[in-house]
Design a protein around this ligand. Structure first.
Ligand SMILES: [Zn+2]
Length: 281
């Protein structure tokens, strides 16, 4: 495998808010395969900050699906009990809060009390008509989200698996994203980059729909001095589509039952897609 550069650690990062679908399975298998090629270990990170959507059957589904896909991971929880005792994101809340405090001290966040409907009236949260942006709301006011103020035309860059450097404009891709939710929970953009830094992840495999998130997270990493994240290798893969030609998004199951794991045929189809994708890479 000398043609592939050696990397240390990647991660598979599902969210327990629904039953995993073929799109997730494709992403997991691809990540595991790329880890193998680059000699990287795999961490299982379960993004479980959102208690409202987390259900025991969805947590269980993650472990059962990885087993069904015959994916091995070297670090992270092996079962629901280990998740709760040691690996849950709730154990790392203080790290996300530290990051938010640093962003606040750098005056990079503002409070936004807008509802979804109110925001829909603007082209983007950076719109002049969006008055929260002028900082008229107190950051400590209850029931307000924190948005990240990304300077216009600020650039970030990352390297991909081919060693090429890509330049992105976070302000254009995802203007003023939420970094702390209305309920006070750190948002995905903060938790994900803080976790990747915390665990020493140097290979990040994710769907191309997350390219705007990559841009935002690189900006956060710049601000917080998370150099290892800035130096990580990224791979943004195309999304596989469902039978309607749409991005897989719905929970693939009902009640306590996964549809995906009942479908051996689906598995061979997904494995073929991964193999075809890798052959073309
Ligand atoms: Zn607002």
């Amino acid at each position: 495998m000398s043609e592939h550069s050696a990397l240390g650690r990647t991660r598979i990062a599902p969210t327990p808010s629904g039953f995993l679908h073929e799109g997730n399975a494709f992403a997991f298998l691809l990540t595991a395969e790329l880890a193998k090629r680059h000699g990287a270990s795999v961490l299982l990170r379960i993004d479980d900050l959102d208690n409202d959507r987390k259900r025991p059957e969805y947590v269980e589904d993650i472990f059962l699906t990885l087993e069904w896909l015959e994916i091995n991971w070297q670090e992270g929880p092996k079962n629901a009990a280990e998740l709760e005792s040691a690996w849950s994101q709730h154990h790392r809340l203080h790290l996300y809060e530290e990051a938010l405090t640093m962003l606040r001290e750098k005056e990079l966040v503002y409070a936004c009390g807008c509802s979804r409907k109110q925001l829909a009236a603007f082209d983007s949260p950076t719109d002049d008509a969006h008055t929260c942006r002028s900082g008229n709301l107190l950051l400590d006011m209850p029931d307000t989200a924190w948005r990240l103020r990304i300077p216009k035309e600020v650039e970030v860059n990352f390297k991909n698996l081919n060693g090429e450097t890509k330049v992105l404009l976070p302000d254009e891709l995802l203007p003023d994203p939420v970094v702390r939710r209305r309920d006070g929970i750190p948002a995905y953009q903060v938790a994900s980059v803080v976790d990747d830094h915390h665990f020493g992840i140097d290979l990040i495999v994710r769907g191309e729909d997350l390219l705007p998130s990559t841009a935002v997270q690189l900006f956060i990493a710049q601000q917080l001095g998370l150099d290892d994240f800035l130096n990580a290798t990224f791979h943004h893969h195309p999304l596989i589509l469902d039978e309607k030609g749409e991005k897989w998004s719905k929970s693939a199951g009902e009640g306590k039952e996964s549809y995906l794991r009942k479908d051996r045929l689906a598995l061979s189809g997904i494995m073929a897609k991964v193999a075809a994708f890798l052959a073309a890479t």
